[in-house]
Design a protein around this ligand. Structure first.
Ligand code: ADP
Length: 483
């Protein structure tokens, strides 16, 4: 079992108290060893309702929390995260599996959101229009939406919640947080530092965990939760849209991706290869911004394949806690089998193995999947159509800009995309044509707190980060004053 001062309370957090009704628990695993490292509480619907009620009591509408007070909350959480980055990173590493330095880097990334909104929160001050239409003075106030439900996946156990919670607190919204059942410990650790080091009013942040169906149902149906912010699969996102229609809830959804990574014939191939390694293998390939389909111009396919294979052959796979590995284990057997199935399907349909492993050579008793590159990918293969969510790099050859754009857009998703070219005009033309919320030009970098991030099409609704992410959590209220 995992031991940590930040995990003294293996409970949820409601109204400023550690709490979990009943005695139901679920197992939390270390994916690197397969061992159970904790038993977390599976909280009943009554706890979720209590969390919403305590949130409601912390919501101040007639006398809102001052901007300066909200700024202090954000700064205190930022500082507490920085002070505890090593221990939170260790806990994150043990329940997720990503390498320790990556896990600790994720804590820094999370702190960055609290920092950014602490500096930009002044944007939420009310503003009075200079014009006086209809003989009135017009003031716009930014009211908190209300108690918000924040539901997050396992692939960034602290990063994903930081994006939502920082903006919610900046706006003055109390929240009910539900982490993924694979990674609840990082969230318990966060609540421990909030409990001990941050001056939040009771009920401003609440933590519930357990069965997604039980918790999701209460959050969707409760009239006092006017907004849900969710990151996860498109399948669950669609269910949340359906389940919230009765109350017409506000939704911020960051859903699946199927990122194209396009390498034109004039690209700097070393840069394209280095960026692909950093982008694709982050979190073991289990992120929604990881390149999923690599389109390479036919004239440079051979030399790019060689450069990529050279790099991939040097990568190491192992338990992330050892600190010196590039890739940790995949999160669970279902995730492992999906990557294996995609590899098998591609090879069966005629793809060529460029580097890495054949399906038959994969270990059967661990979740470690070696980085693997295949070429000759066609549209009918599963790895083209679906998000693989693992360390498989499928390469597709193309011969013209139009073909690359058309194939890149040939997906229901529209989250992240990347293009590598030395030609600025082409870059702008292609970026405009790609229906994706994020287009990296000569970089494989993902989101940052300072810029909006989110998806088009079935990749979601709304943005996180940037001022756009801040304004998701407020309702502009217009007050014309007559004389
Ligand atoms: P992933 O494939 O990344 O696990 P999911 O969409 O399955 O993505 O899960 C993301 C988050 O949504 C997790 O916290 C999960 O427990 C939660 N979740 C799953 N089903 C529901 C549901 N019906 N209502 C609310 N939350 C759900």
């Amino acid at each position: 079992m995992i031991k940590s001062d930040l995990l003294k309370n293996m409970k949820g957090y409601i109204g400023g108290q550690w709490k979990a009704s009943g005695d139901q628990t679920f197992d939390v695993y270390n994916p690197a060893t397969g061992q159970v490292i904790a038993k977390a509480p599976s909280m009943p619907a009554e706890d979720v309702k209590a969390a919403i009620e305590s949130g409601q009591s912390a919501l101040k509408l007639t006398k809102p929390y001052a901007i300066e007070t909200r700024r202090q909350w954000l700064e205190q959480i930022r500082d507490a995260l920085k002070a505890n980055r090593e221990e939170i990173g260790r806990i994150l590493c043990m329940e997720h599996g990503k390498p320790l330095n990556e896990a600790q880097g994720e804590v820094d990334y999370a702190a960055g959101f609290f920092d950014y909104f602490s500096k930009t929160i002044g944007e939420l001050n009310s503003r009075t229009l200079e014009e006086k239409p209809k003989d009135c003075t017009w003031t716009v106030h930014y009211r908190p939406v209300g108690v918000v439900g924040l539901i997050t996946p396992w692939n960034f156990p602290i990063g994903m919640i930081a994006k939502k919670l920082s903006a919610a607190l900046a706006a003055g919204c109390p929240s009910v947080i539900k982490p993924a059942s694979e990674t609840p410990l990082t969230m318990i650790a966060l609540f421990t530092i909030i409990d001990e080091e941050v001056d939040l009013p009771d009920g401003m942040v609440n933590l519930v965990m357990g069965k997604a169906s039980v918790i999701g149902k209460v959050l969707c149906e409760h009239p006092d939760v006017p907004m849900l912010s969710f990151t996860g699969s498109t399948e669950v996102g669609r269910k949340l849209i359906e389940d919230t229609t009765e109350h017409v809830k506000k939704l911020a959804l960051e859903l699946g991706g199927n990122a194209p990574y396009i390498i034109f014939e004039d690209a700097d191939l070393d840069k394209a290869a280095d960026n692909l390694i950093a982008n694709k293998f982050r979190g073991g390939g289990q992120t929604c911004v990881c390149a999923n389909r690599i389109f390479v111009h036919e004239k440079v396919m051979d030399s790019f394949s060689q450069k990529l294979a050279d790099r991939v052959n040097k990568m190491t796979v192992g338990d992330g806690i050892n600190g010196d590995v590039d890739i940790g284990p995949l999160i669970n057997k279902a995730g492992f089998n999906k990557v294996k199935d995609h590899l098998e399907d591609a090879l069966d349909k005629g793809a060529t193995l460029v580097a890495g492993t054949r399906p038959d050579d994969l270990p059967s008793d661990t979740l470690f999947f070696p980085p693997t590159v295949v070429s000759g990918i066609k549209r009918d293969m599963a790895c083209f159509r679906e998000e693989t969510f693992g360390p498989l790099v499928p390469m597709v050859s193309f011969s013209s800009e139009e073909e690359a754009v058309e194939m890149g857009n040939d997906t229901e998703f529209g989250l992240a995309s990347y293009l590598f070219t030395a030609d600025e005009e082409r870059a702008m033309r292609v970026a405009g044509a790609l229906r994706f919320g994020h287009v990296g030009w000569n970089t494989g970098t993902g989101p940052t707190p300072e810029a909006p991030f989110g998806g088009m099409k079935a990749s979601g609704i709304g943005r996180e980060g940037g001022l756009e992410g801040l304004f998701e959590f407020v309702e502009p209220q217009t007050v014309p004053r007559g004389f």
